[in-house]
Design a protein around this ligand. Sequence first.
Ligand code: IPM
Ligand code: MN
Length: 365
Amino acid sequence: MEDSRTYNITWLPGDGIGPEVTREALRVMEAVADTHGFSLSVDEHLAGGAAIDATGEPLPETTRTACQESDAVLLGAVGGPKWADTTGDQRPESGLLALRKVLGVYANLRPVRVPESLADASPLRPERVADTDVLFVRELTGGIYFGTPRGRTEAGVANTMVYSEEEIERIAHIAFQRAQLRGGHVTSVDKANVLDVSELWRSVVTDVKEEHYPDVELRHLYVDNAAMQVVRDPRQFDVVLTGNLFGDILSDLAAALPGSLGLLPSASVGGTVGLFEPVHGSAPDIAGTDQANPIAAILSGALLLDEIDETAAADAVRWAVDATLEDGRRTGDLAASADAASTSEFGRAVAERAADHTPQTTTAS
Ligand code: IPM
Ligand code: MN
């Protein structure tokens, strides 16, 4: 018999559709936990607009501490029109930025795959996108999101793109290491024809490659060209390495490839505790209506399981999502409303499939 393993998960449902999609992610994770011999102890806390309403701040101290003391954090989404009048550090989004910084999660991994069953849902021609498999590696705790001077200055209002050599080096290592496990190719994105910070980015990334990863291929693209290439021929990419803002923009763009932002998960790692969240936002227009696609949240749960080394369980989750899609089930973002499954119906279907998928190796020995 194996020892029973228990993981402490901090659950931050957040705003809009965040609660309903992460609830399904937890349902699926619980289902695989049972079959893979571990358990989850889930502790719910406030973040974003929900936290502002309850406590006046987007990242209350209790939430911060709970996250720091847990094994992993699962987050829904933050923000919405209700908090449109907040500014600066009082915005719901600032709570998320502060959390990323507190946890030190400088590496944001955003895999974009187009499952064969969804190639038809893409706004691009299916033969252009089928088999797309890109990993965006986005720097997450630096760049223009955090640089100073920031806010009112004598000249106007500023945000400043700053990167130190160390910040570029550590994210470059992550991208090259990931590439070694995949297709062996990194595309680094910058704006080195205009920005000084990108000149440094380019030269540090090149040095890291030459010193440590002779086996990985590296090319550099300007961000404007990269945006065009992502749409024109997404299959040319393996790992895409970007700074914080460029990665934010390009990953939403890439989300259009499989046809819905509701499909893309993300993992933020490299710090003390990993943070797992869908790439999509809080979708206030459909919040609370049980219509949102929970796949991004469910796959974020799979990335969480990878990170805590429950990789067989993580694979079972990914398999179950694919199997559910192959069964023809779709949420409203991907199907006509008469045929669409609700968020919770879809989540339950994935959970059932996931529980069916027993580990390849038996636990009896
Ligand atoms: C994302 C989001 C966030 C970001 C916002 C909500 C702060 O757009 O995770 O991509 O810009 O990083
Ligand atoms: Mn974004």
